[in-house]
Write a protein that binds this ligand. Sequence first.
Ligand SMILES: [Zn+2]
Length: 247
Amino acid sequence: MPRLCALLSSCFLLLNIADAATVPLATLITHGPRTLRRVALTFDADMTPGMEHALQTGKVKSYDNVAVRQILRATHTPATFFFTGMWAEEYPTPARAIAQDPLFEVEDHSYDHPGFEQPCYGLTSIAQAQKAADIEHAQAVIARLTGVTPRYFRFPGGCEQAQDLTLVRGLGLIPVDWDVISGDAGQSDPRVIIRNVLRQTQDGSIIVMHSHGGKAPATALALPAIIAGLKARGFTFVKVADLLNNP
Ligand SMILES: [Zn+2]
């Protein structure tokens, strides 16, 4: 999968010096400035037709990890949530509460979480012609249910092609992935998640975690030690928009 930022000395600099309209179209944001001791915790709220089926059949009780935001609120930790449209439809009340909480920020993670490039961790594929409609569908659903219109878009699975970056920019959104993989997806041992985050995080990092529980069962168990550990190292938590100086 193309990671254009890896080819650039600093993707952030391109964003920081200008507003989104002047950022090169094929730029994927993976972190903020490396000069300030600030980091962004981000939580993806995935939902796919398969996950919805698991809910309907009772195989999975909930894809809303309430404990994640309880911990964030109790510790006054700002965070950014990337909602799929389907997740917001499934959980409209918490979706709105998150969006209306000044501690948090809500952004776009597609409507039903397809892989924009294949293969992508088993995610379903989506035709090029359908991608814009998927993103705009999510924008409309999130805006209607939460009252907030996202400004950033995160590719499901972090899978994208160069033309997808241009597509997202063309829709008026800024593509934002991460530079720190917590590894909470499929991980039941919180110690592994804590270690992953504390080892990788540096100034300006964007940390990806998940707030849907299910196959990310240990996120909330790891979160208190991650927050405390990064604070102890002098990091300040900010929302993505603040990290990118675009509040
Ligand atoms: Zn996702």
